[in-house]
Design a protein around this ligand. Structure first.
Ligand code: AMX
Length: 440
């Protein structure tokens, strides 16, 4: 079939059966342990949850339903007639069902999303009246998601006493509507904050477009190359397994049966932190500062090394490098580097980013603290955006957020389909640790 909901419905029973069997067989096996250091150390590497849509290998990076980013670029449907990057809707299909969709399946999903896409006028009005200069775009974004919440099918169904076995349907309904509306929400915030509230009317777009192109056009960009960049961007930022701050926040809040809007807004507040999604904004600021500090001096290894040490000695991290789980260059970085080599090989800022790829890992190794000196996704994204004229780096994390809806909401639908319970791990006090281990 070509209907996502019906295809998904068929997946639930076998998956549920598999989980029941696995729990019967291995329910008492130890998946992970947690040392005192891990409890104080951000629970790094503690295996304590399941998450179906993607899995991160420390060496190889992310796989979406078992497919690496290059494999997704090869296998997922593209825009007709000559798109080279996967369609974001096709990734959502893959993440939700585990199957690479056909062109017909993607076409029907796009059609469904187009019907849901218009943001209610009064929500737009509230967005227009926000204090754009003072309110960070991510605050506007999270607020907008909460404003859209009043239409939650999940909240309404719960209030009407819906049966638990139907939660996933309402959750999927909300996920599709929310994802479909995010491009207009995101673009509204961009145009309000940086273009004096001059909007591209969605009615002008016609209906032959995908989520990437729609987002690009509503932001005010016309070039087909930027459409492709948005498609790539939306695909690679979508999901990064379950333990990262945004994905875990969505899962955690959703486990209280807060509806998908509430849960996703929580995730976006987490994405807005500089150690997580806000790093893409920080990277561009840092690159611009680096260029200023470099002045007329040439972009040599020696000069850049000196400036990287200056950042570290000022007590700052080098944004866009390092990762809590990854231990090699992020394949999301590599995918963006390939895009740059294809479309903007001579851009100055890209040259700088390329040169930093040689310099920063050495500096971080010499500093001797980081577990991973290699660049992550955020090191590269701003440079691509600024090349096409999207220079307002405070806005970048909103784009990350639009993308993250694809993974975290697909996962949330599975949480409800599998009937996962409220999350409630146990905490202890420092006093407890002292007493407990003293007695042993
Ligand atoms: N520059 C300087 N120091 C760094 C560093 C970097 N890029 N990355 C890690 N370190 C430091 C840590 O701050 C820590 O120092 P401390 O012992 O004085 O506290 C030490 O190295 C060990 O850290 P780690 O175990 O290697 O990393 P982590 O798991 O604690 O943190 C991360 C991971 C991403 C927060 C960290 O690498 C960082 O701050 N990077 C820069 C910000 C960034 O790019 N974030 C985006 C990550 C991707 C994403 O979520 N979007």
């Amino acid at each position: 079939g070509t209907n996502l909901k019906e295809v998904f419905r068929e997946k639930i029973e076998p998956m549920h059966k598999q989980v029941v069997e696995l729990r019967e067989k291995y329910g008492e096996e130890v998946l992970g342990t947690c040392t005192v250091s891990q409890a104080y150390g951000g629970m790094r590497s503690v295996k304590c949850m399941t998450y179906e849509t993607s899995l991160l290998d420390p060496e190889e990076g992310i796989r979406f339903r078992g497919y690496s980013i290059p494999e997704c670029q090869k296998l997922l449907p593209k825009a007709k007639p000559d798109g080279a990057e996967p369609l974001p809707e096709s990734l959502f299909w893959l993440l939700l069902t585990g199957d690479v969709p056909t062109d017909a399946q993607v076409a029907q999903l796009q059609e469904d999303m187009r019907e849901r896409a218009r943001v209610p006028a009064d929500v737009l009005k509230i967005l227009d009246s926000m204090p754009h200069e003072q309110l960070h775009p991510m605050s506007q974004f999270a607020a907008a998601i909460n404003l859209l919440q009043r239409e939650s099918a999940m909240a309404a169904a719960y209030a009407n006493g819906a049966n638990k076995s139907s939660y996933w349907e309402h959750c999927l309904e909300d996920a599709l509507t929310l994802i479909a509306r995010l491009p207009e929400v995101a673009a509204r915030i961009y145009r309000n904050t940086f273009h004096g509230g001059k909007h591209v009317p969605p009615g002008q777009l016609g209906d032959a477009h995908d989520m990437g192109k729609r987002l690009a056009r509503l932001l005010g960009f016309e070039s087909p190359e930027f459409d492709e960049l948005m498609r790539l961007y939306l695909v690679i930022h979508a999901d990064h397994e379950g333990g990262n701050v945004s994905a875990h926040a969505v899962r955690l809040v959703g486990s209280a049966l807060s509806d998908p809007y509430m849960a996703f807004a929580a995730g976006m507040n987490g994405l807005a932190g500089p150690l997580h999604g806000l790093a893409n904004q920080e990277v561009l600021r840092w690159l611009v500062q680096l260029r200023q500090r470099l002045g007329d001096r040439p972009m040599t290894t020696e000069n850049l090394t000196e400036l990287c040490w200056q950042t570290l000695n000022e007590g700052h991290v080098i944004p866009g490098f390092g990762h809590a789980v990854l231990r090699k260059t992020d394949p999301r970085y590599t995918a963006q580097r390939q895009f740059a080599l294809k479309h903007l090989p001579h851009d100055d800022m890209f040259q700088l980013v390329s040169k930093l790829y040689e310099v920063v890992p050495q500096v971080l190794e010499a500093q001797g603290k980081v577990k991973n000196p290699w660049p992550n996704v955020d090191q590269h994204s701003g440079v691509l955006l600024q090349y096409y004229g999207l220079r307002e780096s405070q806005y970048y994390t909103v784009l990350f957020g639009v993308s993250r809806s694809l993974g975290t909401l697909a996962s949330l639908v599975w949480d409800r389909a599998l009937g996962l319970p409220l999350e409630r791990p146990k905490s202890v006090t420092t006093e407890w640790i002292r007493e407990h281990f003293h007695k042993q």
